[in-house]
Design a protein around this ligand. Structure first.
Ligand SMILES: Cc1cc2nc3c(=O)[nH]c(=O)nc-3n(C[C@H](O)[C@H](O)[C@H](O)COP(=O)(O)O)c2cc1C
Length: 326
């Protein structure tokens, strides 16, 4: 066990969390993370209706008796406000222990979630948003650095700066995300004042991720230079793999485009087709720069055990560096 305020608050063994991932973070993946002592998070955005989300929560309960969470995108272009409100009611009804919100402040739901006994972890890309999360009553805040898969925000601040700055700026526990994949990262995050790491890309490259073998093979061959940021022109930057779909977005943005024109490409449907067919050019695929450091597809249990063991051996080695002088 590793004890931090996050492991205590969430009732988990290790300070390792799997971030929401549209189409991939389903019950198979999330329960494997929870069963291995971390926190698995199912993603509401992968489902079309409230009933489907409820079914997935119940599948989670069948597959694990450990704590888990549900990720909700607060962006109305992805989940309209009325639907978000109904998902919040569902979370409380089904007694889901944790919610991960992202994309916009969840302040209108914070009180209801707290009353309903759901721990609120809000994910943000900047210190000022972490401070706001604290003000609105979030139980913890995840900060995502520029390296991350998905949405790093507009400021381009990497984890090495963002994590310690956030930890110094709020008193709720900080979870470090963006670029983490191993024990080196866990020790670094704890050293920077974070109390857990959250990973997307590392768990994407897991045995349990429901993704075609071609995509997994691509990840093993990819380098840290094989992702790019798109959608900056619509103020919703997103780190994705360099492929034909993201080439198209770059081309449209270079000549001036609108959200309406981009939506069919960025909505996520193409990404789902890519995961199912193995055709990497079929759509936009979120992926972090850390893909360049992933060399093996492992089970979630192996990923977590390897991180914990490596972190423990690094901590021992570091302790030995400090010699008493005569
Ligand atoms: C394939 C993929 C899909 C993602 N989809 C979502 C999502 O639907 N909602 C969300 O809040 N974050 C999403 N993310 C971001 C992750 O939850 C997490 O913040 C991010 O991956 C952390 O950076 P890392 O990839 O360097 O570990 C996604 C990440 C990946 C790799």
């Amino acid at each position: 066990m590793i004890k931090t305020r996050i492991t205590e608050m969430l009732g988990i063994e290790y300070p390792i969390i799997q971030g929401g991932m549209q189409w991939l973070a389903c019950a198979e993946l999330a329960s494997a993370v929870s069963n291995a002592g971390g926190l698995g998070i199912v993603t509401a955005l992968s489902f079309l209706s409230l009933d489907e989300i409820r079914q997935e929560i119940r599948r989670m309960r069948d597959m694990t008796d450990k704590p888990f969470g549900l990720n909700i995108s607060m962006l109305p272009i992805f989940i309209p406000g009325e639907m978000t409100s109904r998902i919040v009611d569902l979370l409380i009804e089904e007694q889901v222990p944790v919610v991960e919100t992202a994309g916009r402040s969840p302040e209108e739901f914070a009180h209801r979630l707290k009353e309903g006994g759901v721990k609120l972890i809000h994910k943000v890309p900047a210190v000022r948003f972490a401070q706001k999360a604290e003000r609105i009553g979030a139980d913890a805040v995840t900060v995502v650095g520029f390296e991350c898969a998905g949405h790093p925000g507009m400021d381009d601040v990497p984890s090495l700066i963002l994590v310690p700055k956030a930890a110094e700026s709020v008193s709720i526990p900080v979870i470090a995300a963006g670029g983490f994949c191993d024990g080196k990262g866990l020790v670094a995050a704890l050293a920077m004042g974070a109390e857990a790491i959250l990973m997307g890309t590392r768990f994407m490259a897991s045995k349990e991720a429901p993704m075609h073998e071609n995509c997994k093979k691509w990840m093993l061959g990819a380098t840290e230079r094989d992702t790019r940021i798109v959608e900056r022109s619509i103020r919703n930057p997103c780190r994705v793999i360099i492929n034909e779909a993201s080439d198209k977005v770059v081309e449209l943005e270079a000549r001036g485009t609108t959200l309406e024109e981009l939506l069919p490409i960025i909505s996520g449907k193409g990404g789902r087709a890519a995961y199912q067919s193995g055709d990497l050019n079929a759509g936009i695929i979120a992926c972090g720069q850390v893909v360049g450091r992933i060399h093996e597809i492992k089970s979630c249990a192996e990923i977590i055990q390897d991180i914990v063991q490596e972190a423990q051996s690094i901590t021992g080695r570091l302790g030995g560096l400090f010699q008493q002088g005569n």
